[in-house]
Design a protein around this ligand. Structure first.
Ligand SMILES: Nc1nc2c(c(=O)[nH]1)N[C@H]1C(S)=C(S)[C@@H](COP(=O)(O)O)O[C@H]1N2
Ligand SMILES: [Mo]
Length: 301
């Protein structure tokens, strides 16, 4: 069971939090120097391998149920009650039911995964998640013949989520994956960051992380998982299908209708760092390209 998919970001296995911060500061300094001498490649690599700080990861968020400003989730998400927490599992599964979260994930291996995270808005971070492979959870509940997709829902609590008053999206926030994407070993359900419980603004107590897709696919605070035959409803896709595809794989060659996806701004990279190139499938091409073999990625964006 000791699987590890740390990819090329496995720099800091078992490195304590303080050491992460130190490395980050050292590397940020180095990046500045290298940038100044115009060695762009070295600079990009340095940024690539350095996780963002706890402060950055937990204070610059998208979680529209708590407001659309980047600081709204950190300011407002404290009101979300995350314990007790249940997840309803239904659809084409052998063991449907309303599970207590602790019971659903009891005994499953929690791994550290240092992943690139790329928002469709063209900013990015590197985040050291702690999480469980979604495949382990799906195997536990028993996926039935005929299931081709997995649908996810975020909890909908108007009393605790002030953003639900505004019709920005057709609430609750919903997302979906193809079953093979959901079963891929890179796909995790995160319960922690930097070895600490995941904060509310990042999707406590459990959220999806699909590192090769734009961030909006990585739905937060999940209260329902449904195995379906057909492609499920996905909030952003439904709100604006021209701008947000169901797949939403990170692709520097397929621009958003209103902006380029060729480059990204690494949050916290520093004044002289500049933008960095966006990588095909967010850098996970070797692991996931085969899922989309033969598909026109400009048509299935
Ligand atoms: N329920 C819910 N999940 C969500 C969102 C949201 O508004 N509501 N925002 C998405 C978007 S656009 C991004 S970029 C990521 C941000 O995750 P982070 O705040 O942990 O960086 O969460 C995604 N999951
Ligand atoms: Mo996003």
């Amino acid at each position: 069971m000791a699987r590890r998919w740390t990819n090329d970001l496995s720099i800091a296995d078992a490195t304590p939090y303080a050491a992460y911060i130190n490395r980050r500061q050292i590397m940020a300094g180095a990046a500045g120097l290298i940038g100044a001498t115009a060695l762009g490649l070295g600079r990009a690599n340095a940024q690539e391998l350095v996780p963002n700080s706890w402060e950055e990861i937990t204070s610059y968020n998208n979680y529209y149920e708590f407001g659309t400003g980047k600081e709204d989730p950190a300011n407002n998400a404290g009101s979300l009650t995350t314990s007790p927490w249940t997840i309803e599992v239904d659809g084409l599964v052998d063991n449907p039911g309303i599970y207590d979260l602790a019971e659903l994930i009891d005994g499953l291996e929690v791994e550290e995964r240092i992943y690139r995270f790329r928002c469709v808005e063209a900013w990015s971070m590197v985040i050291p998640w702690n999480g469980i492979e979604l495949a382990d959870i799906l195997t536990r509940v028993g996926v039935q013949e005929g299931a081709n997709h997995v649908a996810f829902e975020t909890v909908m609590r108007p009393d605790e989520m002030p953003g639900l008053r505004y019709p920005v999206l057709d609430w609750p926030y919903r997302e979906g994956l193809r079953l093979d994407e959901a079963m891929h070993p890179l796909t995790i359900m995160a319960t922690g960051i930097y070895g600490r419980p995941i904060p509310n603004q990042n999707g406590a107590p459990i959220r999806l992380v699909v590192p090769w897709k734009y961030g909006f696919k990585s739905i937060k605070s999940i209260s329902r998982i449904t195995l379906t035959r057909d492609e499920p409803f996905a909030s952003w896709n439904r709100a604006n299908p021209r701008e947000y595809g169901f797949y939403s794989n990170v692709n520097p060659e397929v621009d958003h209708p209103r902006w380029s996806q060729a480059t990204e701004r690494r949050v916290g990279a520093g004044l002289f760092a500049g933008r960095q190139p966006t990588l095909m499938f967010n850098g996970y091409e070797a692991e996931v390209a085969s899922l989309y073999e033969g598909m026109d990625l400009a048509a299935y964006y």
